[in-house]
Structure formats: structure tokens, C-alpha cells
Design a protein around this ligand. Sequence first.
Ligand code: CU
Length: 187
Amino acid sequence: MFREVMNRRRLLLALAGVGGAGLLVRLLSKRGTSDAPTEEPTNEVVAPRETALEIGCAENQLAFDPTELVAPTNGQIRLTFHNHSTVFMHNWVLVDGGEAAVDQVLQAATTAGPGQNYLPGDMSNVIAHTELVESGGSTTITFATPPAGEYTYICTFPGHGLAGMRGTLIVTASGLLHKGYSIRVTA
Ligand code: CU
């Protein structure tokens, strides 16, 4: 009995020694005992390249923080928006097009009203958006990274975008990022 245990231990050590850590985990798991290492269940979607971006806002000012985000092309973006305000509701809306498109989206959003969560009826200029987030709340969205270029993001709650609650998402080709930017890319 004792010898058997020792042999097993030696085998496991040997396996671990030759880089068989993964196999070791599988062997232990197969035994179905409680001493087997528990693996965290993952809900991760296998994607070619996902860029995780975090954005918040400057407490009770009508401003995003940061006002610039960077992502590489050919992948998807997983963006988490934290509403740090204690009084305002905000959303994060990514617009395709220049200043005219931004104005169109802001105007249409106000017209749409709270019943439509201040989102335009015509979403052709909207690449991605969060829901309206209550103060202190946060939300995460995932969307396909748009082609290389610069895109404006805004909050479409009436008055916020006009007051300057906006920023720029820079999508760069082949993941070549400007120095100084910090983003997390998960394989
Ligand atoms: Cu807002």
C-alpha cells in the first residue's frame, strides 16, 4: 500500500518533471477526489484577438475618462464602462462618421427620448453602444473592431454630448500602437 502510494507519487513527480503539468492535472482530476485542483470554469469565447478596454467618467463632470482609447484592427473589443458619477446616468455610444454624424446621433437620441434609452431610431451611424448606466454602475459590451481609423464616442443623454462628453477611439492597423498607450490584449 505504502509502496503503491510512493510509486504513484514518483510517477506524478516524473510527469511533472518532464513538463507534464497539464497531464498531471488531468490525472488528478480523473481520480475525482476533492484534493484535485479545481479549475475555474471559463465562459471565454474563443476569438482571434480581443482587446479589453476600460473607460469611466470624471466623477460628476460631463467628461469621459480617458478621452482617448486605442485598439488594434482585426479583432474584437470588450469594453467596460464604469459610471463614476453619483448623480448622472450615462451611456457610451461609438459613432461611425465625422462631426455631422455625431450631431445627427445626438439630435436623434434626444428626439428618441427616455423610452428609447436616448438611442436614435436610425442606428446606421452607431457602431456599438452600451445601455444607459445608472450612477455608480458599470456594463460591458463586446463588438467587432471597426476598420482602422478614428471614431468618436459620446454620451447621448440629452446635453451630455454637447457639453463635451466625448472622446476618440483610435483603431490602428496590425496592432501597432503609439508609445505610451496602455491596453490589454488577450489572446
Ligand atoms: Cu452622460
